[in-house]
Design a protein around this ligand. Structure first.
Ligand code: PMP
Length: 390
């Protein structure tokens, strides 16, 4: 079979499909190329030119504890959260990172105690985002270590609970399981998917450390920009120190570009500033596309007569759209009930669909995670295949 990385394909490159060489579609990564369509329409509004002499200094704002944070980027982040209502920004430090992946590591560093002789135990409820265990143990740090499923956690020492909500991979809303009242526990809330295209915005989140990323908000994963909202001064300072030690700040060009992208998103919802090239506001477009895709997937797996199962999501009132809506997560978390098939990943691979198997998320191989954010041609092939395999 011909293998092609979905990420390497241009939006208009329709793959040639032949029965002799069926195309392998790669829906393993959550590469958010689906959003390209919107940004192509946005055209010049979202285009940025940076002159040769600009963005040369290491420093962005010497008056801010986060001295590498671009003012324009900070303003757009605050403005967007206030508009969407998904997180409380007042009284919070904003820390920019090279993707929220860097901020996740900065937060682990900031929450662990360098004077303790035991590493802090890092836990999360299953199924957990597959990067958490590997990124936690990658450097074999003496500060923290991966300790697995929070429900089974019985450790004595200090712990850090990772709460991903809506959760990658299963799309469900999550809350912390362990209490932090004993003084031993801290939490990191990864809210990468707490945006109106994926789920109902039911309240403005107000946790100690909240992580967001432009990758899943607007689809610009390649800009490598994430941000943390942090309550505590000391924790914020330690996270900033980590980023200083790690990369001496964060690309200014990327921050300026991210600010532009976020401003187009915001303006696309404002009738007086309507971006003339886009006909639809960003979150409306993104929500409509996700709804269509989920409807198509639900329809396609009907022919499996119950062999392939997707979770049901509760309908909730969304404060942002003022509508009752269902969740349409960035990933389909699918279970295989087919007799004799224990390795669902292997089964789909034989049908030239690459996914990520349940074992990466701390559960059985009967589950797979499938990206719902690829480009239309790939998604079309995926739907066609799912509707004929049994
Ligand atoms: N958290 C979650 C839950 C994610 O799914 C992802 C991206 N797959 C990230 C963090 C990382 O995002 P970024 O591209 O900003 O590093």
């Amino acid at each position: 079979p011909i293998s092609i990385s979905a990420a390497a394909m241009g939006a208009s490159d329709r793959p040639a499909i032949s029965n002799d060489h069926p195309l392998v579609i790669n829906l393993d990564h959550g590469d958010p190329t689906m959003y390209e369509k919107f940004w192509k329409k946005a055209g010049d509004e979202a285009t940025l030119v940076i002159s040769g002499w600009e963005t040369m200094s290491y420093f962005s704002n010497k008056d801010n504890v986060c001295w590498f944070l671009e003012r324009g980027f900070e303003e757009e982040v605050r403005r967007l959260h206030e508009f969407v209502g998904n997180a409380v920004v007042d009284g919070k430090h904003i820390i920019v990172g090279t993707g929220s992946t860097q901020l996740f590591q900065a937060a682990l560093f900031a929450l662990s105690d360098p004077n303790s002789d035991q590493p802090a135990n890092v836990v999360s409820s299953v199924p957990y985002y597959s990067v958490y265990p590997v990124a936690t143990d990658y450097l074999k740090s003496r500060l923290y270590q991966w300790a697995g499923d929070v429900e089974k956690y019985q450790g004595e020492g200090s712990y850090i609970e990772l709460v991903c909500s809506p959760n990658n991979p299963d799309g469900l809303s999550k809350q912390a399981v362990l209490s932090s009242e004993n003084g031993k526990g801290k939490t990191i809330h990864d809210l990468a998917y707490y945006w109106p295209q994926y789920t109902a915005i039911t309240a403005a989140a107000d946790h100690d450390i909240m992580l967001f990323t432009i990758s899943k908000t607007t689809g610009h994963a390649g800009i490598r920009i994430g941000w943390a909202l942090v309550k505590d001064d000391e924790v914020a300072r330690k996270m900033i120190k980590f980023i200083e030690m790690n990369t001496i700040g964060v690309s200014k060009d990327s921050q300026i570009r991210a600010a532009r992208i976020l401003s187009v998103v915001r303006n696309s919802h404002d009738n007086s500033k309507i971006v003339h090239s886009v006909e639809e506001s960003f979150f409306h477009y993104a929500r409509r596309t996700m709804t269509e895709r989920w409807d198509r997937l639900n329809e396609a797996i009907k022919s499996s007569n119950g062999a392939f199962i997707l979770a049901d999501f509760p309908s909730q009132h969304c404060n942002f759209s003022d509508e009752i809506i269902e969740s349409h997560p960035a990933f389909a978390w699918m279970k295989c009930e087919k007799e004799g098939i224990d390795d669902f990943y292997g089964f789909l691979k034989k049908h030239n669909i690459l996914t990520r198997g349940g074992e990466h998320f701390g559960v059985e191989k009967k589950y797979v995670r499938i990206s719902m954010l690829d480009r239309d041609p790939m998604f079309d092939i995926f739907i066609n295949r799912m509707s004929i395999i049994h």
